[in-house]
Design a protein around this ligand. Sequence first.
Ligand code: NAI
Length: 344
Amino acid sequence: MKIAFYDTKPYDRVWFDRLAPEYGFSIRYIESHIHPDNCILAADCDAVCVFVNDRVDQTVIDRLYDLGVRAILLRCSGYNNVDYKSAFEKIHVLRVPAYSPYAVAEYSCALLLSVNRKTHRAYSRTRDYNFSINGLIGADLHGKTAGVVGLGKIGRIMAGILSGFGMHVIAYDPYPPKDSGFELVGLDQIWTRSDVITLHCPLTPETTHIVNRQSLSMMKDAVLLINSSRGALIDTGALIEAVVNRKVGGVGLDVYEEEDDYFFEDRSNDILEDEELVRLMSFPNVLVTSHQAFFTAEAMEAIARTTLQNLSMLKNNAFLENEICYRCGKEGVCDRENKRENCF
Ligand code: NAI
């Protein structure tokens, strides 16, 4: 089988080139994002492979279907960028549900520690032989309250790490895991009680702008906010206001609402047109990174292997356990426990 691999970066090829021969697949690498005009590059392919900022809308799906493409392989876990309803009964949408939740949780923690203790600023200072520590004061995390929104694979690991610091962890999840050992609370309590708030829920219509003017106004002064999940969980305009008003003490963002045109790309020679992004990055207490929380060797290898396995299962007419289907289960993910057959 042949895969048209969109939005290719050099680091993708390291693992996919190594593993694809094991599965007998060949790959056509394409540097640009997928869009209606370049679907044709997948003309003789059985599958396309896409990443977080490839927008796979109805037009793209219809074109791929007309070209005979049978699978959309997401080499990520989030699938908010795919119109999977339009794909139903046409093209299978397969994702990598977990590759290294540790990578994302550990990185979220790194963001928190940097934002709290200002190591990102200390690094620039000492490189310039400025050894002053004025303005770099942080706070002990020990004894403080951390609010985790979304207690799934990543959220649970993050909650465990924060507990290790001696933080009291409270969590909100509409479908909480059984016996997580963490105090489950309503969303309002997350906003009002937390010194640190860390977002680990998927982007859905319910979670879009879950951090907004109203929720920000309920938060403690100087709250630290971490988002390594999806940018649109936060209303950026409201966040900027909250930073300006000193409501928020520090922000660590690995994702950004309008990241598609910027993240993963070298735009250092360009004039950035996104004024909200530029404004955010102008604040000393806001640290923005370019969607790299997943980026460890272990995660990259697991992503490549699961992506190729997903296609292999389709090739062998096996049950597609990583399929996204809107008809059953919550948020498009099939309730697989009772299912043995594919949805179409
Ligand atoms: P998961 O599916 O294991 O956990 C998500 C949890 O969120 C579930 O327990 C679910 O019940 C909960 N949830 C659903 N709706 C909610 C709501 N309205 N409010 C609060 N919680 C809600 O997913 P996992 O693996 O923990 O990933 C979480 C998110 O992290 C993904 O959706 C993805 O957007 C993001 N991510 C970011 C990466 C990065 O490199 N920055 C890499 C991997 C994932």
